[in-house]
Design a protein around this ligand. Structure first.
Ligand code: AMP
Ligand code: GLY
Length: 418
């Protein structure tokens, strides 16, 4: 079978790497891909938001399954377009993708189905929002309603920061249309964890949990990024999994079926955990980046088989099997990130990497014959081993062998689990 993966970051490199291990994957295309992906797949120069061109390509190449990596095409309705043309595609349709595409929508869904989450209020009017935050007081969390490339959330420690975030979003329109509505949330204290799940109607198959590291600097200091590293499993928070399933994943899946619009695809649940139990911080409708990089190498099953079963309504017949190992991913970012990154810096990679380690590329490009930086998160090194400590050691050993000017990486990925 021919496969098309849509996207070109570390998550998509991981998806291509995992799908490439399937005995039924004959040839893989990736749009637009990156130089790392090009070792495993044929890269197609199409952008992820060129829905019609992507569908034309899938039609003309007789692609058997398209797997969508990032949120943007899902929220734009790529799945609806492919299905309209009778093309098999893995991911939620436009309506279901609103769980990620609109924070206010996600909050309303959670409210309807009694899913624990931070208390909130939504606003389109600056004056009303201002009055509300002054009444509530800091800390508060201000979220642009729509997609804002990971920059739409402000955790405000002071009222001044909260006011500035409201002003940016509602008056200065720094997020455009996406920020014309904001959700103001109660600040939740605790530790974060991600649970990904394959969902098909009422069938929910959770993957092993993982933990992302959003701030740029060690000790969770500095501004938020797309994610500086991850590890899986998360032994010290595992006791919450039954409750997460019972209070969050099941009621959501069942609730969406009851509303007449079942969710089909990969559901990402970002959680905050404290003594009072799990609360949802956000839903996304695709694999996490860098969570995919740690979780997929631990999956024993043929990923292609699971995705096809889900497309054919047979997900309930699948049973996920996991390697009894831990996995750690450390991201190398370009200088300047999470501000504007320096592009065009030459990257040196080791000749070959050990079994059980991977380099998943993200913001890279070829300049003549040289691999150079072309984005904020340049690449991630992932390693598996018996436990988190050994996986960390292997990942950091490999990280030291990767060279480019001004390379930034956190040295404490996975430390919370030790
Ligand atoms: P989101 O894009 O909604 O995941 O938000 C980005 C990050 O902001 C999360 O990973 C959390 O670290 C933080 N965050 C979001 N909502 C809250 C909240 N209600 N309380 C505390 N931190 C939050
Ligand atoms: N790692 C966070 C995300 O994928 O949204």
């Amino acid at each position: 079978m021919k496969i098309l993966v849509v996207g070109g970051g570390g998550r998509e490199h991981t998806l291509v790497w995992k799908l490439n291990q399937s005995p039924i994957a004959e040839k893989i295309f990736c749009a637009p891909g990156n130089p790392g992906i090009a070792d495993l797949a044929e890269c197609v120069p199409l952008k992820v938001n060129q829905l019609e061109e992507l569908a034309n390509f899938a039609e003309s190449q007789q692609i058997g399954l398209t797997v969508v990596g990032p949120e943007e095409p899902l929220v734009l309705g790529i799945v609806d377009e492919f299905k309209r043309r009778g093309l098999k595609v893995y991911g939620p349709d436009r309506q279901s993708a609103l769980l990620e595409g609109s924070k206010a929508h996600a909050k309303a869904v959670m409210e309807r189905h009694g899913i624990p989450t931070a208390k909130f209020q939504e606003f389109t009017h600056f004056g009303e929002a201002l009055e509300y935050i002054r009444e509530k007081g800091a800390p508060l969390v201000i979220k642009a309603d729509g997609l804002a490339a990971g920059k739409g959330v402000t955790v405000a420690d002071t009222l001044e920061e909260a006011e500035a975030a409201l002003d940016d979003s509602l008056r200065q329109s720094v997020f455009g249309e996406a920020g014309q509505k904001v959700v103001v949330e109660e600040f939740l204290q605790g530790e974060e964890m991600t649970v990904l799940a394959f969902v098909d109607g009422e069938t929910v198959l959770p993957l092993v949990p993982s933990q992302d590291h959003k701030p740029i600097f060690d000790g969770d200091r500095g501004p938020n990024t797309g994610g500086m590293g991850a590890y899986s499993p998360v032994p010290h928070l595992e006791q919450w999994l039954p409750e997460i399933h019972r209070q969050i994943l099941k009621p959501l899946a069942k609730g969406l079926v009851a509303e007449g619009h079942p969710f089909r695809g990969l559901l990402y649940t970002g959680l905050m955990l404290d003594e009072s139990g799990p609360k949802v911080v956000e839903f996304n409708v695709r694999f996490g980046d860098p969570e995919a990089q740690v979780v997929l190498p631990l999956l024993e099953n043929d990923l292609l088989e699971i995705l096809l079963a889900s497309c054919d309504g047979r997900l309930a017949e699948m049973e996920l099997k996991w390697k009894a190992q831990a996995s750690v991913c450390v991201i190398a970012a370009a200088p300047g990130y999470p501000g504007p990154p320096t592009k065009g810096l030459a990257i040196e990679l080791p000749e070959n990497s050990e079994i059980g380690t991977q380099i998943f590329q993200a913001g890279t490009r070829l300049q003549e014959e040289t691999l150079v930086t072309s984005g904020g998160r340049v690449l991630g090194v992932t390693a598996q081993a018996e436990d988190i400590e050994q996986a960390r050691n292997r990942a950091y050993k490999l990280m030291k062998e990767i060279k480019f000017k001004g390379k930034q990486y956190r040295t404490d990925i996975g430390a919370k689990a030790l």
